[in-house]
Design a protein around this ligand. Structure first.
Ligand code: ADP
Length: 480
């Protein structure tokens, strides 16, 4: 017997392939396809940033509001590939030069209102349905931008069950208390057990306090979030709601991240790795590097303190001396960009860098690299280590969050058991990173061990199947 399709509305600020600044977009874009196989119809609601509407096929208006946070708005339902998207067209909020959150002069000052509007539209559809009478059983909000969707449903009524996923608790959606009115939030909810956070509003806290269930993107991060150094002020909230907290690992989209079919590279697989060697040579040439006798490492990352970028200059000299090389792709904080450029100057021919964001280049880097560095101080799930596993570009990771949950470090015991898939280090400091890089060189020099680790990593099950089933079970348990 086929199960009746139940409906979920996913509310987020980014979704692949329309707009992406980080892992959130990959997850939001992949979930609908993964859940379809479990009998769930998931629509994705995102803002219609400039250019988004033009990319929707079969667009049609399904909801309108003449006065949504300062201007007229409508929801346009359309498709991108197989994903059903509800794009919130509100030109006064979203039709702007720049990225989803910032323009040439930094973050948009009205970001709280911009994403409150998204949540308001989501709550309206959840409560009253769209013009086609499509109404979700579950609203699944993501991060602070989605935080007010469960909150509005709780404060103003609505039958839909709600889930909020924390992709990164460092971003909490703070706004001054004076904006309660413009954000359409009841003053009565502005207290410690509500949406107040040290005198301000936190839209993430509002979501955490009001959602029926909370998920985060790895089991380890779910545990870490109850500690001050990871919870970043919200550890008490998380601990208080730990009864409804679930850690569900992200998967990767096999259609996009598969070295056997990836159009950006010469294909290869565990059974035939010749393509990988050619991709490596092409990558060296692309970055203008000389021959690298040791492991060719890659870094594809936001360049920030979270990502442990400051540790790399302190730890890299020995790695380069031992024959290693490094290709860097990223952008971020000015100090971190300067530090990476400093490495290029210090190790000409061995370290290369491309500043900026380049999806196709990132595929070529995983295709040609031997190892991907992920020395994060905290990492809710992390995707680049998963791409590294899939591409036989072995991850060297800090033992935190989703990195710890997905990579099996090459300890003597793991090597003896034939289980290792990467290198894991702890604590997250320069000494441990230096030692990890030394181990990486030793493993790389032992060709049989390295090849076995690559094969094992590439065969690991990293797809969405198991995790989508967990989301499905969670939704099911809420609906009852
Ligand atoms: P976060 O979301 O914290 O940035 P994740 O590892 O979860 O970290 O996701 C990052 C995503 O963004 C991955 O898909 C990664 O490949 C991609 N990415 C990060 N920086 C770049 C870049 N400069 N160019 C292309 N892709 C990038």
């Amino acid at each position: 017997m086929t199960k009746q399709m139940r409906r979920v509305l996913s509310v987020a600020s980014e979704a692949v392939p329309l707009v992406k600044t980080g892992g959130l977009a990959d997850v939001v874009g992949a979930l609908p396809g993964a859940l379809a196989g479990q009998g769930w119809q998931m629509r994705v609601m995102i803002p219609a940033y400039r250019g988004v509407l033009a990319r929707l096929s079969q667009p049609r208006e399904v909801w309108a509001d003449p006065a949504l946070f300062g201007g007229p708005a409508r929801l346009v339902l359309g498709r991108v590939g197989t994903v059903e998207v509800m794009a919130l067209d509100a030109p006064h909020l979203y039709n702007r030069e720049g990225g989803p959150y910032a323009g040439a002069f930094g973050d948009f000052a009205d970001n709280p209102e911009r994403f409150a509007a998204l949540c308001w539209a989501a709550a309206a559809v959840a409560r009253d349905g769209d013009s086609g009478d499509w109404r979700p059983d579950v609203v699944h909000a993501h991060d602070w931008q989605g935080g007010l969707a469960p909150a509005y449903l709780r404060y103003y009524g609505g039958a839909a069950k709600t889930v909020i996923t924390v992709h990164n608790i460092a971003f909490q959606g703070h706004a001054a208390a004076g904006r309660l009115g413009t954000l359409r939030l009841p003053a009565a909810e502005f207290h410690r057990e509500g949406l107040e956070y040290w005198g301000n509003i936190s839209t993430l806290k509002a979501g955490l306090m009001t959602a029926d269930a909370i998920t985060t993107v790895s089991p380890r991060y779910a545990e870490e979030l109850m500690r001050p150094e990871f919870g970043l002020g919200l550890e008490g909230v998380i601990a208080a709601r730990s009864g409804v907290l679930h850690g569900i690992l992200n998967g990767i989209d096999d259609g996009i991240w598969n070295p056997a079919t990836d159009p950006a590279i010469e294909p290869y697989s565990p059974r035939g790795m010749a393509g990988k060697a050619r991709n490596r040579a092409a990558l060296l040439a692309e970055f203008g590097l000389e021959a690298v006798p040791g492991p060719l490492a890659i870094l594809v990352s936001r360049l920030t303190h979270q990502k442990g970028i400051d540790l790399i200059p302190e730890a890299l000299d020995g790695f380069i001396a031992a024959g290693g090389g490094l290709c860097i792709l990223g952008s971020g904080d000015p100090w971190a960009e300067a530090a990476m450029q400093g490495l290029v100057a210090r190790h000409p021919g061995r370290v290369g860098m491309r500043m900026g964001y380049d999806e196709a280049l990132s595929h070529r880097m995983f295709g040609g690299g031997d190892a991907v560095l992920v020395p994060s101080r905290f990492e809710p799930c992390g995707l680049t280590q998963l791409y590294g596993l899939r591409y036989g570009c072995l991850p060297l990771v800090a033992a935190t969050g989703g990195l710890a949950d997905t990579v099996i470090g090459a300890s003597p015991a793991a090597l003896a058991a034939g289980a290792a898939t990467g290198v894991v280090f702890h604590p997250v400091d320069a000494l441990a990173l230096r030692q990890a890089l030394r181990l990486l060189c030793e493993l790389y020099a032992d060709r049989a061990t390295w090849a076995a680790m690559q094969r094992r990593a590439m065969k690991a099950d990293l797809g969405w199947g198991a995790s989508a089933a967990r989301y499905g079970d969670l939704y099911e348990s809420l609906i009852g």
